[in-house]
Design a protein around this ligand. Structure first.
Ligand code: NAP
Length: 527
């Protein structure tokens, strides 16, 4: 394993910085690998190369870009054993979990390759000319999605593959034909360099232009700011904490030319357990929620952090079952020192809230930064009297909220800010009785779940992993699933163009055999 600790700037390696930081992984000499902090100049060179690459990548066919993605997935599979061993040391995540995440990551890359090969994702729309229309002739108007330009990507520490260097943000941007400059997370710099190298190998093998992908490392926020403020960057994708996402969003908004920032941030993913279902399956629901809340030491953005139910005779048993599960749960090493500090601080904050009762606590392991799972209880009334109750405590902590009546339950739902997910557990009768609750909750989240747990985000075409602010900075888009590609495209309309100047997808002959909207109807016909 060769680790340079340098920036991957196009096809060159660059280590011009005077500052270095240590990784948690040691080399053969027993010393931690050292990484150069990227300089502003190196960030600018990476963006410059991305800008030049864009003039080539936007002319590539879907099949050429698909070949790049396929080659990348193959490189990652080849590198798997080395990468997993390293990531385990850097993150403390178990090998099995990492294998699963890598499988999901390569399948996600292949899904985008299939999308590009099929080709209809470009949303070709053709309104043919009507030269003899009275009183004025109608021009020939055609539209399709085109890439937006070089994209800056920031990934989170809790998904070192799926939301990192070769994760959904990078892949959907590359699939759209946009070069990517990736700011590596300092929580896993060695993993980042290894995966960055896989992307570059695939790029070389498939004749991608230099600059299609670059990776810069750094612990200083300056690196990220320099990237976001570079005038050639045309969009930013961020996955991580609310503070990080909002800070970069604000930086981008102050640019002379503002650009879209797709920040996917934290969420508490409230769960409503309705009375009929609680009575019928209370114990099973409690067990499912404990498992979901403590999986991966609670370090999932879809972790169910708030569980709301109506006070009733059966609720005591449900709470007892939930506490039993939490008391028996063991946390483990958290991803980074910062995340551990912020988790213990968050638990302390919950303890201090008026009316909050600590009702369950699990155990920690002997590892450094090992988290203890916690469970709290608060009345609906006390919950509603406090501000910031929906703030994320990233880790295995949850709050049971006991509403004293239906009105209170609706108020709790109404007060909720934007979320990635909201879950309802209910029998058919419950769902009939609480139909208006579901209607209300639709305003609050990107994904609504029934009788399930929110952790485990499927990578599918219909997935929506996003939601109203503060879950994200743009509720219209998902960061998971094939429609994530539309964050990095913009519609371009071609009016009165001759055949030879039109992109292939819009020509009369449908040589790509894609679905197109012609005069308002969908078909695969040639004109
Ligand atoms: P993070 O601390 O926000 O870091 C993400 C990246 O942004 C890092 O590269 C970080 O660099 C950079 N960054 C953060 N603040 C910055 C600033 N002010 N200026 C410039 N760069 C900045 O995220 P994390 O703690 O690793 O991830 C955990 C969080 O991510 C949780 O809240 C979780 O819910 C959320 N998450 C959300 C999703 C989703 O899809 N919505 C998925 C996974 C995780 P530095 O480390 O150098 O600051």
């Amino acid at each position: 394993m060769i680790i340079t600790g340098k920036q991957l700037v196009g096809y060159s390696r660059s280590g011009k910085g005077t500052q270095q930081f240590e990784s948690q992984v040691t080399g053969e000499n027993g010393k931690p690998f050292l990484f150069y902090e990227a300089t502003t100049e190196e960030v600018a060179t990476a963006v410059q190369k991305a800008q030049e690459a864009f003039d080539v990548s936007r002319g590539l066919s879907g099949k050429q870009l698909a070949a790049f993605l396929e080659a990348m997935a193959a490189e990652l599979i080849l590198a798997l054993p080395t990468v997993i061993a390293v990531t385990q040391q850097e993150t403390g995540l178990p090998a099995k979990r990492l294998e699963g995440e890598m499988d999901r990551t390569t399948k996600q890359i292949q899904m985008f390759a299939t999308l590009l090969t099929e080709g209809s994702w470009v949303n070709a729309i053709i309104d043919p000319a009507i030269p003899d229309r009275a009183p004025l002739p109608k021009a020939d108007i055609r539209q399709m999605q085109r890439p937006i330009g070089p994209v800056a990507v920031f990934g989170a520490s809790n998904f070192p593959y799926a939301f990192s260097v070769a994760g959904g943000d990078t892949i959907s941007a590359l699939a759209a034909g946009c070069p990517v400059v990736y700011k590596a997370h300092p929580g896993h710099p060695v993993t980042s360099e290894l995966i960055g190298e896989c992307i570059l190998k695939a790029a070389v093998a498939t004749n991608m232009p230099e600059g299609i992908f670059s990776l810069v490392q750094g612990t200083s926020h300056e690196t990220g700011r320099a990237l976001v403020t570079h005038p050639a960057i045309k969009a930013v994708a961020f996955t991580g904490s609310f503070n990080g996402g909002k800070a970069l969003y604000d930086v981008a908004a102050q640019r002379p030319e503002p650009v879209p920032v797709y920040a996917e941030m934290g969420s508490v993913n409230p769960v409503f357990v309705l009375p009929g279902m609680l009575q019928e399956k209370g114990t099973a629901i409690a067990q499912a929620l404990v498992a979901s809340n403590t999986a991966g030491t609670g370090q999932f953005c879809t972790n169910p952090g708030i569980i709301v139910s109506l006070k009733a005779e059966e609720t005591a048993k449900f709470l007892a079952d939930f506490c039993e599960g939490i008391n028996g749960a063991a946390g483990s090493r958290m991803l980074t020192d910062n995340i551990y500090r912020s988790y213990t601080g968050g638990v302390e904050r919950l303890r201090q809230i008026a009316g909050m009762q600590a009702i369950g606590a699990g155990t920690a392991t002997a590892e450094n930064n090992s988290a203890i799972p916690h469970s709290f209880l608060i009345s609906g009334n006390a919950f509603l009297s406090e501000e910031n109750m929906y703030e994320e405590v990233f880790g295995p902590a949850s709050i049971q909220v006991m509403a004293s009546n239906t009105n209170e339950l609706y108020e709790i739902a109404d007060k909720m800010p934007g979320q990635l997910t909201v879950t309802v557990w209910g029998t058919t009768a419950d769902l009939e009785n609480f139909k208006s609750l579901i209607f209300l909750l639709e305003k609050k989240a990107g994904r609504l779940l029934l009788n399930s747990v929110p952790t485990g985000v499927e990578v599918t075409h219909a997935m929506m992993h996003g939601g109203p602010y503060p879950a994200t900075t743009d509720s219209k888009y998902t960061s998971v699933g094939s429609t994530a590609i539309y964050r990095f495209t913009r519609p371009v309309c071609y009016q009165g163009f001759p055949e030879f100047l039109l992109p292939e997808a819009l020509r009369n002959e449908n040589s790509l055999n894609i679905w197109r909207q012609v005069n308002g109807g969908f078909n695969k016909d040639s004109l």
